[in-house]
Design a protein around this ligand. Structure first.
Ligand code: F0G
Length: 465
């Protein structure tokens, strides 16, 4: 074993076979998928690093809890278990189960965002941005400006507090529907946010009477970084840190498919009874009764266990260690990655790796396609394909801040030897990187184009004289 390999704090009880198609088959599959990795069949993938969302391997305790689900339509025992766990960790009185993160976003934004109002975020994830736009809102990102992608500084996920103040004074608090802190900051390399930053943002919001919420998909991973890297927190438990963090906000939306350690689920937790009543009203119309929110009772039981398991320091230490391990192996192949490695993924700077491919030709997508062609590995572009394009409401053109490729690591699923294989695939791609060419879009939908668009390789211009 290599010295920096983190050891899993669990053993494997149940396995699922995976298969590597040959190169010829892989070439045919990616072409049939119109070079969009979302259109590949999962069965045709050897190692799937598309997302850490909903891909967790559940524990024996979770599988046991699943059998205890109470499937009553209203007032199920499973909801009461879930409610209690969420109330404790999120320190909020009212708990709304949702079937996943984006339904929590839709419920919240439909309730609080008036058309034309701003929603401020350290950085919106794609569905948060999509839901803001869908409700007529204007998403504004306020990431920490001092951040250089490749510099290994702590807490690069922070919000820029000066820019927040400036935005409020320029536009007025009444133009802002809410402020959201995404922990960890997925779109900026899965980087954590410090407690100091959370406190400052909370203070600014409350001074101006602004609603302050968390997008808490990866809250426990964020708490691990606070414990490890922020002065004054080394002696605190992850649970204590989580409680302090959530105490600064009015509420949280969460996709529980990440740090809920479950394959489906989400939630809203908040203290304002009026807001709770409004959200609940809408919820019964579109999601389900307020004690199940589109989930089965068994899902709620699984989440009640998962939300506790994720607070285990040994688990988080291994998890963050495994991300750092993959990052270090990829760096050895001479590839620029976002530093330091964050909580759930390694992010390759494809713009820097493939400088000969302009952003209009999607260097990140080029690399993502190459991962599949070379090794049957699925990864995702987080760059111009995901964040570029035109706002369907205003016609305004968006520009992606970076051309990244994300290697998201499912929780408790792949072992270190899978990650060694990935590092070998990367090295083989890099050896012929100058020969790679970009892609263009041949068909695209109105919102969230990267999920369903079709692409084709850009034809090489022949340099005949
Ligand atoms: N917020 C963040 C920060 C997310 O990363 C996601 C999902 C969501 C909200 C939406 O949650 O999928 O349950 O509806 N991120 C996944 C990912 C899809 O791959 O990063 P959802």
């Amino acid at each position: 074993m290599k010295r920096n390999q983190p050891i899993e704090p669990h053993r494997i009880k149940s396995i699922e076979p995976i298969k590597l198609l040959n190169r010829h088959e892989r070439e045919a599959k990616i072409k049939d998928a119109h070079f969009n990795i979302f259109k590949l069949d999962a069965e045709d993938i050897y190692i799937d690093l598309l997302t850490d969302s909903g891909t967790t391997a559940m524990s024996a305790k979770q599988w046991g809890a699943l059998m205890m689900g109470d499937e009553s339509y209203a007032g199920a025992r499973s909801f009461r278990h879930f409610e209690k766990v969420v109330q404790e960790i999120f320190v909020k009185e009212f708990v709304i189960p949702c079937h996943q993160g984006r339904s929590a976003e839709n419920l919240m934004f439909s309730t609080v965002v008036k058309p034309g109002q701003y929603v401020l975020n350290n950085t919106h994830f794609d569905t948060t941005r999509g839901n803001t736009l869908h409700c007529g809102g204007v998403p504004i990102d306020l990431p920490s400006s001092a951040v250089e992608l490749l510099d290994a500084e702590a807490f690069k996920g922070n919000m820029d507090v000066d820019k927040l103040e400036q935005f409020i004074s320029e536009h007025g608090p009444e133009s802002i529907a809410m402020v959201i802190m995404t922990v960890t900051n997925n779109s900026v390399g899965g980087q954590p946010v410090s407690m100091a930053n959370i406190k400052e943002v909370s203070e600014v919001c409350h001074r101006h009477g602004l609603l302050f919420f968390f997008d808490a998909a990866r809250f426990a991973e964020n708490c691990y970084f606070i414990k490890r890297d922020e002065a004054g927190y080394a002696g605190k438990s992850i649970e204590e840190i989580a409680k302090e963090m959530f105490s600064y906000a009015d509420g949280a939306m969460m996709s529980a498919k990440k740090d809920g350690m479950a394959n489906i689920g989400g939630l809203i937790a908040l203290n304002d009874k009026q807001l709770f009543d409004k959200v609940t009203e809408l919820m019964i119309v579109i999601e389900g009764f307020c004690t199940y929110g589109g989930l089965a009772g068994r899902d709620l039981e699984v989440l009640s266990v998962g939300l506790k398991e994720v607070l285990d320091f040994d688990y988080l230490h291994y998890r963050i260690g495994q991300v750092a391990y993959l990052g270090a192996e990829i760096q050895k192949a001479g590839i620029p990655i976002v530093m330091p490695t964050g909580g759930h993924a390694v992010f390759i700077d494809a713009g820097r790796l493939l400088p000969h491919i302009p952003s209009e030709q999607f260097p990140g997508q080029t690399l993502a396609v190459e991962f599949y062609r070379e090794g049957g590995v699925r990864v995702v572009e987080i760059g111009s394909l995901m964040f570029g394009g035109v706002d369907p409401n205003t016609g305004q053109e968006f520009k992606a801040p970076h051309e990244l490729v994300r290697l998201a690591m499912p929780r408790r699923v792949y072992t270190n030897s899978h990650y060694d294989y990935i590092a070998e695939v990367v090295a083989r791609i890099v050896a012929r990187k100058e020969k790679l060419t970009g892609y263009s879009i041949t068909r695209e939908p109105r919102l969230l184009r990267h999920f369903t668009c079709d692409l084709e390789p850009v034809k090489k211009v022949s340099m005949t004289v």
